[in-house]
Every structure is written in C-alpha cells, then in structure tokens.
Ligand binder design. Structure first.
Ligand SMILES: C[S@@+](CC[C@H](N)C(=O)[O-])C[C@H]1O[C@@H](n2cnc3c(N)ncnc32)[C@H](O)[C@@H]1O
Length: 282
C-alpha cells in the first residue's frame, strides 16, 4: 500500500478541481473542501453529487476475489497484459488509474508490468477501495463516482484501466496526458451465457459497443479492439460466485438461489465473451 500523499501531484478536489494537500485528518483544497482518509488507508473523494447505489457490496467482492483467484477470467488478464506490453509509456508521466477497480486485481497486475509507476484504484464502493488500497505496494485507492467526475488533474494520468466498469469518456479524455492510453474491457453480448435463467442474470446490452464508441468519441483514436472468447467448465459453487459478483446479485431470493445451485450438474459450461478496446491520446 502506498500513502495517498504520494498521489497529491495528480489528485484534484472533486468539488472545485483545486490542488489537494494533506491535513491532520485527511485532504483539503485551498477553498476549504475537505475529505477523510479512512483508517484502512483509502481517501474518500466522493463529491456532493457522488452516488454509491451501484457500488459493490462486500459479499460481491468476496465472490469476485474467488472467481479471479481461481483464474476463471485469465483470458481477460492476459489480454490486458499483452496490451500493457505494447504501451510505450516512457515519455508519459503520471500514474495508472483503474476505474471501478473492485478488488484491485487488474491494477495489481498492471503495476507488476509497469515497475516505475504508481497506481490509483477508484471505486464508488468503500469496501472495494479498502481492498484495492492494499493490492500492491505502489497502489492507493479512493472512493469516487466515475459519473460525477474523476478527482484528478487535467492531463495528469499515463494509463487508464476500465474493466467491466462504468466508462466516462469525456473524463477519461480530460485526465489522460499526452501519449496516454486507455484500456477498456467490456462484456460482449454472450458473456456468461450458460448460467441458467433461474439465477436472474442481467444480460449484456447489445448496444454496448455503440454506447462505448459514443462515450469515447472525444479520444483521438481508437487504436484497436480485440474479441476475447473462452469457455469455463464450472462447479456449482463457481457458477454461484459468477452470479454473486455481478449486477444480478441478490435478485433471486436466497432459498430459490440455493435451489438453483442444488439443481446444477457437476460441471456447467459457461461462455466468457469480452472485448478489449484501446484508446490513445496525443
Ligand atoms: C463489475 S465490477 C469490476 C471490478 C474490476 N474492474 C474487475 O474487473 O475485477 C464493477 C466495479 O465498479 C464499481 N462501480 C460501479 N459503479 C461505479 C461508479 N459510478 N463509480 C465508480 N465505481 C463504480 C463497483 O463498485 C465495482 O467494484
């Protein structure tokens, strides 16, 4: 875990955009807007319009930890790693910022690939920020709402990661520095097909690619896009965790959920379908 003070040159007040400095109990800007630093080390940079109704709850993060730890999304991790290998950021200053960082899993791996960088995980879930703050010795985390705006200075960031999380193109454009890169991973329409309907999964919006293109249109160029496809052969517990970690979590009553898990065969074939998009800024 890095200290949030090490990120002050890049952070901005979420209310007025001013510089932040360290105070006795947190951070503050010259206008007097002040923000807590939790005892677990993450900063609370939610501004007045910030919302947390979409924030992951602890049990969702626990399920995500198990799924990622079991390697079920490794093809995504590998695709991000390959994109990072192509990133020649030697001329680009600033940190890696992971939007909707969750447990900090992808941030941690990105920092392993980029040994000179610091990394900041942003999430509107305080439970996620708590975990992401501890994901790597060069990482810190803050609670922030991607839709409200990013608590970062203009053109201050080298690399943005956004993996299965909300995308705010104008804000990504504003904070990426010259030569910066955004790596965006979205679910494709068949993602997680194979999970029985009784689990109440929310399917991926088929318009997602068009929406992504619209929100990112301010970026200078979409460098490339790649499809990531894989098949998972899952135990009933693994199927249950895929449901528990996603937006459909909690839609089915606990008893009905347990009955669905009970009815699963030893192995269920489930599709992984994602797209990785790279956007650059000059
Ligand atoms: C599907 S999870 C992905 C987590 C992580 N990127 C990964 O791939 O493991 C989405 C994350 O985005 C966060 N999130 C949802 N809405 C958000 C918002 N408006 N601002 C910031 N984070 C948000 C959730 O709390 C959750 O941690």
């Amino acid at each position: 875990m890095a200290e949030i003070e090490q990120f002050l040159e890049w952070l901005a007040c979420p209310v007025c955009g001013g510089d932040l400095s360290r105070t006795a109990d947190g951070l503050a800007c010259p206008e007097g807007h002040s923000f807590d630093i939790a005892k677990q080390g993450y900063a609370n940079l939610l501004g007045p319009q910030g919302k947390t109704h979409t924030a992951d709850r602890p049990e969702m993060l626990d399920a995500r930890t198990r799924v990622l730890g079991a390697g079920l999304f490794d093809p995504v991790t590998e695709a991000i790693r390959e994109a990072l290998l192509e990133f020649d950021g030697s001329e680009v200053g600033g940190p890696v910022v992971d939007l909707g960082t969750g447990t900090g899993f992808h941030l941690e791996r990105a920092l392993e690939e980029l040994p000179e960088r610091f990394g900041l995980g942003l999430d509107n879930s305080k439970y996620a920020a708590r975990r992401a703050a501890r994901c790597h010795p060069r990482a810190a985390a803050a609670v922030a709402d991607i839709w409200e705006g990013l608590p970062l200075k203009d053109r201050s960031v080298a690399l943005i990661l956004d993996v299965f999380a909300p995308r705010n193109g104008p804000e990504i454009r504003r904070v990426l520095g010259p030569g910066g890169l955004a790596i965006v991973v979205t679910g494709a329409p068949d993602h997680l097909a194979g999970i029985p309907e009784g689990f109440g999964m929310i399917t991926v919006d088929p318009e997602k690619r068009e929406r992504l293109a619209r929100t990112m249109e301010d970026l200078d160029q979409a460098v490339e896009s790649a499809a990531i496809g894989w098949t998972m052969s899952l135990t009933p517990d693994e199927v249950a965790d895929l449901v528990r970690m996603g937006p459909g979590a909690g839609r089915v009553e606990p008893e009905a959920f347990a009955a669905e898990v009970e009815a699963l065969p030893d192995r269920t074939e489930v599709l992984g379908r994602a797209e990785l998009h790279l956007f650059s800024v000059t």
